[in-house]
Ligand binder design. Structure first.
Ligand code: PEP
Ligand code: MN
Length: 338
């Protein structure tokens, strides 16, 4: 249930409603939308009488949320959620461009990429220090050394860092270095990890699992939001379908306008993991932007043919620069900017 307070409701009246709900065992989440205060109730409290609540001073109306996801829903928050990281506002007019290698491999590789993507107009640097590899024999990432290199690259370029955290016991460490904690597709339903990043007070980029439905993704976001961490971006990175012979995954373009309708959270498109084929990444990037994505995440490498991971889908630095020209032109055409 959501309780919407009158715009003139006093802090005392809001506290009173919160106390009433909490006394009946509900968790409360407060958000502000169009000048009004929304009190979202979550958990398994005792039933509350909407008529009684409606009579309490300051209450404008009460509303049942019928979707399974509550805090992520448009019913809970009608306005788009926006938040600012390192001077870039996500979820507004500006399109966030997150670029960098799949894995941090060396100081030279990372710094060369960071300077090049910054110059081309990227607004975030990505790079994995802990890598979720399908094979235990593949490169697993540089670990904390990789995080330190990311921090050095941020120092050198000013670009905030997006990097993956794979286990709950690494959240505190990764949060020291990262500006955004990435939850990878394989961990979308790692509920211990979702709870841990919910408590981390850092923005989160939550990637859709490769076989997850849109509702599964929204329910995963709900875990993070339930801890009061409202800075969550959702990422469409391609799903498994019956035909992935020529591509790595299938970019679910439907997910972008659908998610924009169902949730107030910003949506990021990941064309690299979606199609997995370097020469087609540009087309999917532009499609994602045209469909309404608030951000793009693009794997970019100085020498993709020798990358330790995801080289097949990584753009070269000149390709990234060229794509940014197209992204800027299209962004303007659809009323956005980079
Ligand atoms: C990545 O971003 O490099 C990655 C591993 O992505 P995903 O979790 O979407 O496969
Ligand atoms: Mn990758």
């Amino acid at each position: 249930m959501i309780i919407i307070m009158h715009s003139e409701a006093t802090p005392f009246e809001i506290d009173n409603v919160v106390a009433e709900a909490e006394a009946r065992g509900w968790q409360t989440h407060i958000s502000h939308d169009s000048g009004e205060t929304f009190i979202g109730l979550q958990g398994k409290g005792q039933p509350l009488d909407p008529f009684h609540l409606g009579q309490m001073p300051g209450v404008k109306e009460t509303m049942a949320i019928t979707q399974k996801y509550k805090l992520a829903s448009r019913a809970f928050r009608r306005e788009d959620t926006t938040f600012t990281i390192g001077g870039v506002t996500i979820g507004g007019e500006q399109v966030a461009v997150i670029a960098g290698p799949c894995s941090v491999e060396s100081r030279e590789q990372l710094l060369e990429t960071a300077h090049a993507v910054k110059e081309a107009g990227a607004t975030f640097l990505r790079g994995g220090a802990y890598k979720p590899r399908s094979s235990p024999y593949s490169f697993q990432g540089m670990g904390e050394q990789g995080l330190k290199l990311l921090a050095e690259a941020r120092e050198a370029t000013g670009l905030p860092i997006v990097t993956e955290v794979m286990s709950p016991n690494k959240v505190a460490l990764v949060a020291i270095y990262a500006d955004v904690l990435q939850i990878g597709a394989r961990n979308m339903q790692n509920f211990d990890l979702l709870n841990a990043v919910g408590q981390a007070h850092k923005p989160v980029l939550l990637k859709r699992g490769m076989s997850a439905t849109i509702e599964d993704l929204l329910m995963a976001a709900e875990y993070i939001l339930a801890h009061g961490n409202n800075r969550v971006m959702l990422c469409e990175r391609g799903i498994r379908t019956f035909d992935n012979k020529y591509t790595r995954n299938t970019f679910d373009i439907n997910a972008i306008p659908l998610l924009k309708e169902l949730t107030h959270l910003p949506i990021v498109a990941d064309p690299s993991h979606a199609i997995g084929v370097r020469r087609h990444v540009s087309a999917i990037t532009l499609a994602g932007l045209a469909a309404g994505a608030d951000g793009l995440i693009l794997e970019t490498h100085p020498d993709p043919d020798h990358a330790v991971s995801d080289g097949d889908q990584s753009l070269t630095l000149p390709q990234f620069r060229e794509l940014m020209n197209q992204v800027r032109a299209l962004a303007e055409a659809v009323g956005r900017r980079v």
